[in-house]
Design a protein around this ligand. Structure first.
Ligand SMILES: N[C@@H](CC(=O)c1ccccc1NC=O)C(=O)O
Length: 287
């Protein structure tokens, strides 16, 4: 593919059918931010819980409003090309989930240029260790990630936990519009702040760790979701990853979400009636 075509394929904002490039990003940040503010107003929350020493090694916990003996916990890993957004815009899915008796944890990590790919992957892995140590009474641990966050979630699923003090049992994962092979972005603008070498991209590509994922999380339900109006290259990333998980015999489904683009495919998780919210609730036995 020509250089400029590849740049376009990896520019999600150029593929929205709803708004201009600038407007769709502005609207995205505004939607995530207002959803997070709403979640903070309705759910009891514990903000800035540290999981490490770095400033960004913190997470926000949104507690359920309704109490029940069966309390699943979902960890949300935000997107933004490993260089935008933070946990301050990442609590929105607690709006419907807190009502349904689910704990939502929004994880922060050190985005580029401060952080690099190896650090971000290590951070999200360590955040899970802290979460299961502090919330050992939960009924099930689930992961959800969007875009770059779906990449990080897939890297968490592919962790060799023998190098850690505990081994989290992840029951399910919702991977939304992710990137699972980092090689194609090496030559694009996305890599400017990341400064990945080929070696770094290889060791952080979930597409190369499917057998590790199978060894670590064989019983996990995985949903690979992609937007109808994601770019062809983004759609191919999800299709290829889904196919290799399926070929490895994993419990995986593919969801092509109609009438969505790279941004509103995740924004709508603020709504209880949205298809992906319902799928996530069903996965957690809460629908
Ligand atoms: N250059 C990217 C920017 C981008 O992906 C983005 C920017 C701000 C917040 C989130 C983003 N992406 C996905 O979560 C684009 O074309 O959309």
């Amino acid at each position: 593919m020509k250089e400029n075509e590849l740049e376009k394929q990896y520019s999600p904002s150029q593929w929205s059918h709803r708004m201009s490039t600038d407007d769709v990003i502005k609207a995205h940040v505004a939607a995530l931010k207002s959803g997070t503010e709403k979640a903070r107003a309705i759910a009891q929350n514990i903000l800035d819980v540290p999981y490490g020493e770095e400033d960004e090694e913190k997470l926000d916990v949104y507690m359920p409003i309704s109490s029940s003996p069966d309390v699943p916990l979902v960890v949300y890993i935000h997107g933004g090309y490993w260089q935008f957004l933070s946990k301050e815009e990442s609590g929105f899915m607690a709006v419907p989930l807190a009502q349904k008796g689910v704990v939502v944890v929004a994880v922060d990590y050190s985005i580029a240029p401060k952080g690099n790919m190896d650090l971000m992957v290590s951070q999200v892995r360590r955040s899970l260790v802290t979460i299961i140590q502090q919330y050992s009474h939960i009924s099930g641990l689930y992961l959800c990630g969007h875009s770059a966050g779906a990449h990080l979630a897939a890297m968490v699923l592919s962790t060799d936990w023998s190098e850690y003090s505990v081994s989290p049992e992840i029951k399910g994962a919702l991977l939304v519009s992710g990137i699972y092979n980092l090689l194609p972005i090496l030559s694009t603008y996305v890599n400017e702040p990341l400064k990945m070498t080929e070696e770094v991209a290889l060791r952080n590509s979930p597409s190369r760790f499917v057998s590790q994922l199978k060894a670590s999380t064989s019983g996990c339900d995985i949903i690979v979701a992609v937007a109808q109006n994601d770019s062809p290259e983004f759609r191919k990333q999800s299709e290829d990853y889904f196919k290799s998980l399926q070929a490895a015999g994993l419990n995986v489904t593919f969801e092509d979400i109609p009438y969505t683009d790279h941004f509103n495919i995740i924004e709508q998780l603020v709504d209880e009636n949205y298809y992906l919210t319902q799928l996530l609730l069903k996965m957690m036995g809460k629908s």
